[in-house]
Design a protein around this ligand. Structure first.
Ligand SMILES: Nc1nc2c(c(=O)[nH]1)N[C@H]1C(S)=C(S)[C@@H](COP(=O)(O)O)O[C@H]1N2
Ligand SMILES: [Mo]
Length: 263
């Protein structure tokens, strides 16, 4: 949030998707759990949008927000239903072109070499720790059309294909009783998720976008697509994964974004 690029400015253009987001939100609010979420929990992003200003320079505000944020993490984790699916959409609604976003401009996108690429799985893992791209492609693949929601105030529908992350973790012998999975990226970005989200059926180790090899700008060679979480919890260019009980934080999360980051 010290990066002004990541704070939606008041009056900035709202995405044409706005109406459908509002519709989705209204549907979501019809479930009693969600209503509770709406009443009692305000995310840091929400506070920023409401106040329309950067609250990050005041020490006491910072401390207060960090408390609100970790309270939110616990509450959201309790309310998270591992069987509840994020909405899926018909292919005709895919947003073209799909937006690019990162903490840098598009000309800085990292170039990862497909042949030398190795995915390293570390931490609480008993089985296979090093994976090539071919090995990932050899696992059962599926695809989904879901909405990506960015905290900066835009959303877009896209189609991602790949391996169910739960399937990958189980095949690799990851300890699925561990608390966290951390994802480390080629551009030094990182984020982490709770194990129930890692095992959610829609959490996808993604190798394709819109039926083709994942383009560099969308995270080649591999990103994690998590439709139950906000954009910043969908890491691109993943090179290493750690299964751990030690809280790993994240690039934006360590600057104040809510860690649970549910969408
Ligand atoms: N490696 C990496 N992953 C990242 C980011 C980043 O800067 N680096 N930005 C996040 C944010 S804030 C968003 S909104 C999405 C954007 O993904 P897209 O370029 O496919 O739209 O990537 C997320 N994953
Ligand atoms: Mo984002």
């Amino acid at each position: 949030m010290n990066n002004p690029k990541h704070v939606r400015k008041p009056g900035s253009a709202w995405n044409p998707d706005a109406q459908s987001i509002v519709k989705d939100a209204r549907n979501a609010l019809q479930s009693p759990q969600r209503r509770l979420l709406g009443k009692r929990i305000l995310t840091l992003g929400g506070l920023m949008l409401l106040s329309g200003c950067d609250l990050t320079n005041d020490k006491s505000v910072n401390t207060m927000l960090r408390r609100v944020s970790s309270f939110n993490d616990d509450a959201q984790a309790l309310l998270f239903d591992p069987r509840k699916l994020a909405p899926t959409y018909p292919e005709s609604t895919i947003t073209r072109p799909f937006p690019f976003n990162a903490y840098y401009d598009i000309d800085q996108v990292p170039a990862v070499d497909a042949h030398s690429y190795r995915l390293e799985l570390g931490g609480l893992v008993n089985g296979k720790r090093i994976w090539t791209l071919d090995e990932l492609h050899a696992l059962p693949q599926e695809s989904q059309v879901t909405r990506h929601i960015c905290i900066e105030g835009w959303s877009a529908i896209g189609k991602w294909g790949g391996v169910r992350f739960a399937d990958f973790l189980l095949r690799a012998g990851a300890d699925t009783t561990a608390k966290y999975v951390a994802l480390h990226c080629a551009d030094n970005y990182w984020t982490s998720i709770d194990m129930p989200t890692a095992l959610h059926p829609q959490t996808l180790l993604t190798l394709t976008y819109d039926g083709d090899t994942l383009p560099a700008k969308y995270g080649f060679p591999m990103k994690l697509r998590i439709p139950t979480k906000l954009g910043y919890k969908n890491p691109k260019h993943i090179v290493a994964i750690t299964v751990t009980n030690t809280f790993p934080g994240g690039y934006w999360e360590n600057q104040g974004y809510n860690w649970f980051g549910g969408s």
